[in-house]
Every structure is written in C-alpha cells, then in structure tokens.
Design a protein around this ligand. Sequence first.
Ligand SMILES: Cc1cc2nc3c(=O)[nH]c(=O)nc-3n(C[C@H](O)[C@H](O)[C@H](O)COP(=O)(O)OP(=O)(O)OC[C@H]3O[C@@H](n4cnc5c(N)ncnc54)[C@H](O)[C@@H]3O)c2cc1C
Length: 285
Amino acid sequence: MFDVIVLGKGPAGIQAAVYIKRANLNVLVIGKDGGALAKTDKVGNYYGFTQISGLELLEAGYAQAKALGIELIEEEVIGINYMGDFNVTTTTNQYIAKTVILATGSPRASVRIPNLKELEGRGVSYCAICDAFFYRKKIVGVLGHGDYAAQEAHELVNVAEQVIVFTNGLEPSGHFDERVKFVKTKVKKIIGTDRLQAVQLEDDSEVEVSGLFIALGSASATDLALKIGALVENNKIIVDEKQMTNVPGLFAAGDCTPGIMQIAKAVGDGCVAGLEAIAFVRKNP
Ligand SMILES: Cc1cc2nc3c(=O)[nH]c(=O)nc-3n(C[C@H](O)[C@H](O)[C@H](O)COP(=O)(O)OP(=O)(O)OC[C@H]3O[C@@H](n4cnc5c(N)ncnc54)[C@H](O)[C@@H]3O)c2cc1C
C-alpha cells in the first residue's frame, strides 16, 4: 500500500512526487512515456533556462526523482477504482494507495466520427465499469484496439449478449477476451437520432449496437477521472484550490486540469497537489 500513487511522470507528476518523497511518505510514480515534454524541441520560457530541450528537462526530472529514491515505473494505466483505498490497474499490475494524483497530461482530442458527440450519454459511453449494467443482454461495441479497449471489453463481456470491438482499421493489439468479435473495417459514422442504433462502416454496411464504448489509444486523465466519479468539464478535470477533485483523496495536476498548458503551470499544480496529498494522508492515516 502506497501513501500516494502519482499517475504521470511529466513535470506535474514528478514535481508532486518530489514533495511527497521529501515529506517521507511512500510514493509510486507510474508513467507510460515522455508525455508532452518528449515532443517539445526547445523550451525557452521556463524559469532558470535560457534554452533547454524538452528531453533534457525530462531527463533532469527523472534524475532528480531517482536521486531522491522515488519509485518510478513505466507501465500503462488502464483503470482506477475506489474501495476504501484507491486501486490502480495497469496492463500488468495492480497497486493500492491512500491517495492518487492524476497527472497524465492533456486528454487527447475526442475522435472525430460524425454523430458520435451528439449521442454521448445516449448510447455512446466512455466508461464500461460505470455503464455496463445498462447493457445487460444487449449487443454493445467497443471502439479501440489496444489494452485499454481490451479492459473495457472485459468489463462488458460477462454482462452483454455480445461485445463487438471496432478497431477502426487497425489490428487488435490488446489482450482481448476470446468471446469478443472484431470488426476491423474503418468506422464511417454513428447512426441514431434519439439513441445510438448502429455503427456505419466505410463500406456502408451497418452493425447494430445498443451501446458504444470509446477506448481509443490509452486511457486519458479524463477517462480515468470519469471511472471514479470525478467531475470533468470540457475534457478537463475540475479541481479546487488544493488541486483536489470532488472525490476525496483524488487530486489532479498539470495539463489535465483547466487553464494554460505550460510547464510552469504543471510544476505549480504538481507542487500544490503534492503538498495537499501529504496533508490529506496525515489527516487520514
Ligand atoms: C510540441 C510541444 C511544445 C511545447 N512547448 C512548450 C514550451 O516551450 N514551454 C512550455 O512551458 N510548455 C510547452 N509545452 C507544454 C508542456 O510540454 C506541457 O504543458 C507539460 O509537459 C505538461 O505537463 P504534465 O505533467 O501535465 O503532462 P505531460 O508532460 O504530458 O506528462 C504526462 C504523463 O502522463 C503519462 N500518461 C498519460 N497517460 C497515461 C496512462 N494511461 N498510463 C500511464 N501514464 C500515462 C505520460 O506517459 C507522461 O508521463 C509544449 C507542448 C508540446 C506538445
């Protein structure tokens, strides 16, 4: 059991972990890659550096974490839930903590498939664990191809009549339950007016489904937040002045929260989230 698990090893996550470790708490940082900084060529507006590359800044953060003895692991997080403590599921492991800080960066832009947005909440869902119950004995779809899609399909397969995984032109790469059916043709649009009725494919054929669960790529911060009942608005996680979400003990920091998307802001958020997570653990040992 960790005091705090930080999801994301970008500037927000590492900064939070630095404060937590220095307060002598037990912290685990989980990240799957270099995040936004790895895509940043030159940074010239961050305190203390006239110019530095994103990778150099990232490596400096990892080196600082390592020097402090922070446990930093490279795994993809696919789920989170709360049962007295926070349970974090990655593609290979499960971890438990008293508090969690979501710092997994900017949620990706939602996929552009005609009519998908219009049917959100009316058949189109982003959380199998939340909504599977509504699709008992029905035919449902999952849009995605990796381990995150496999996890969403896994939540549905014992409840629904049939789970169809729409890979949108890609080969399945996740560890899928053998009961799912795959449709590999690209998706053209979503059919339905008041409620979702079918998925139309590029060859104009239609596959009838009552529900469609979106699980493209890996789980974003907002996907994870929604799974645990945290408020999300305009694709960002809503936090208070302590960087805490509406779920006690669940914090969020950096690009996944509202406001400017800059390293300085991510580091500031990480500092606040780290200090407030420390206070939370000490108050709720
Ligand atoms: C091209 C580009 C140029 C930029 N230039 C500048 C600049 O000059 N100055 C500036 O201040 N800012 C710049 N930014 C913005 C800056 O990089 C971000 O604001 C900052 O990195 C945000 O930090 P973060 O910790 O919130 O998220 P990120 O740095 O994106 O880190 C997110 C972390 O979450 C992890 N993660 C995500 N999903 C999962 C999952 N499912 N499981 C496990 N881990 C996960 C990632 O692996 C990563 O470790 C730029 C961004 C880009 C893309």
